[in-house]
Design a protein around this ligand. Structure first.
Ligand SMILES: C[S@@+](CC[C@H](N)C(=O)[O-])C[C@H]1O[C@@H](n2cnc3c(N)ncnc32)[C@H](O)[C@@H]1O
Ligand code: SF4
Ligand code: SF4
Length: 330
């Protein structure tokens, strides 16, 4: 399903018009009000904190090895499902880590889907198992480029043939499951976008999402400071290229999450909730390595923890400083 007109309009709406602060502020308040009224509709559950890759933009190796050792247990996932409010419709069963490394991953996707949830899967293609297609609503593959040198520079240790074979296998066996690609834009890969579009078209991808790279390292640490240079270089990205290169004739849908020129468009803590493999409810999927822990589902109800998060939501609405959110584009 092509959405050429929407892509062209969104470039103006989310990238150009927003230079005007008044429009921006109005949209920001509408956005937060919408997400507050909605209630929690989507939870992200982390199957593991382990990964086989070392992507340049990912802070996963900041996590203490000891803390990352055990994955989410099947019985703990069952407990999570008993605690979710009725408003939840979507479960993203991927966090910071490679979900297929959890030995019970397929069982979890199956369980959530049998309970009626729309399950989102994000993976790096290394251990993809097509069994998941029977249960997931969508499977996303992270593809940050097509050219070998581009991809290998970003996704360290990636086995390129395995990634592209997995994507093709997924498309061939997708049934009702949507197959999507996730492209995290940076100054090294954005010029590769036309090749990514052509790949999507040839292979038969349903949707491509493009998002900016954010500095997800722990605030204040040396790695955070180091990565700032990478983020600054991303200022070179010509974001118009993504809508310009998208053709009316493509058959896949395109979603572009533009880097925000003004902060405050963040639904985390409102309609989106992140649950770690240890069942903690934390701030969001962006700053995961040293998070704010609001509570633990092993000890409290979802509603009790959600109530304790009120200060976090209020600060977002009032645009007050939250240390963990500093420099986050959302
Ligand atoms: C954290 S990964 C987890 C799932 C799986 N390991 C993968 O790479 O697809 C989910 C998505 O977050 C993206 N990501 C990683 N670091 C990021 C960053 N600093 N800013 C924005 N997106 C990032 C990845 O490119 C990937 O598409
Ligand atoms: S982005 Fe995904 S694949 Fe890359 S290191 Fe992070 S968790 Fe692993
Ligand atoms: S760091 Fe803060 S602003 Fe950024 S996504 Fe997380 S909660 Fe939202």
């Amino acid at each position: 399903m092509n959405n050429y007109d929407e892509v062209t309009q969104n470039y103006k709406k989310w990238y150009l018009d927003l230079k005007e602060e008044k429009i921006f502020e109005k949209r920001r308040l509408e956005f937060l009000e919408y997400h507050q009224k909605k209630g929690v509709v989507r939870v992200q559950v982390e199957p593991t904190k382990r990964c086989n890759l070392k992507c340049v933009m990912c802070p996963i190796d900041e996590i203490d090895k000891e803390k990352a050792k055990d994955d989410l247990k099947l019985e703990d996932f069952e407990l999570i499902l008993t605690k979710l409010p009725e408003s939840v419709t979507n479960i993203c069963l991927s966090g910071l880590g490679e979900p297929f490394l959890n030995k019970d991953y397929i069982k979890m996707v199956k369980l959530a889907s049998r309970k009626g949830y729309y399950v989102e899967v994000y993976n790096n293609g290394s251990f993809f198992n097509k069994e998941v297609l029977k249960y997931a609503g969508e499977v996303n593959f992270s593809v940050d480029g097509i050219d070998e040198e581009v991809l290998k520079n970003i996704r360290k240790n990636i086995k390129i043939n395995k990634l592209f074979d997995s994507i093709k296998e997924a498309v061939e066996n997708k049934g009702k499951c949507k197959i999507k690609l996730n492209f995290t834009a940076n100054y090294q890969n954005y010029k590769n976008i036309k090749k990514v579009y052509d790949f999507c078209e040839i292979v038969g991808i349903d949707e491509l999402q493009i998002q900016p790279t954010s500095n997800n390292y722990a605030i204040g640490g040396s790695r955070y400071k180091n990565f700032k240079k990478f983020i600054q270089k991303n200022g070179e990205i010509d974001w118009s290229i993504f809508s310009k290169e998208y053709s009316k004739n493509y058959n896949f849908k395109l979603t572009i999450w533009y880097p925000r020129k003004m902060k405050g468009f963040c639904a985390w803590g409102f309609s989106n909730i992140y649950i770690t493999k240890d069942l903690e409810i934390i701030n969001c999927c962006q700053r995961v390595t040293k998070p704010i822990v609001f509570g633990n589902l092993k000890e409290e109800s979802f509603e009790e923890i959600y109530k304790k998060m009120q200060w976090f939501r209020e600060k977002h609405i009032k645009k007050e400083d939250i240390l963990i959110c500093n420099d986050c584009p959302y």
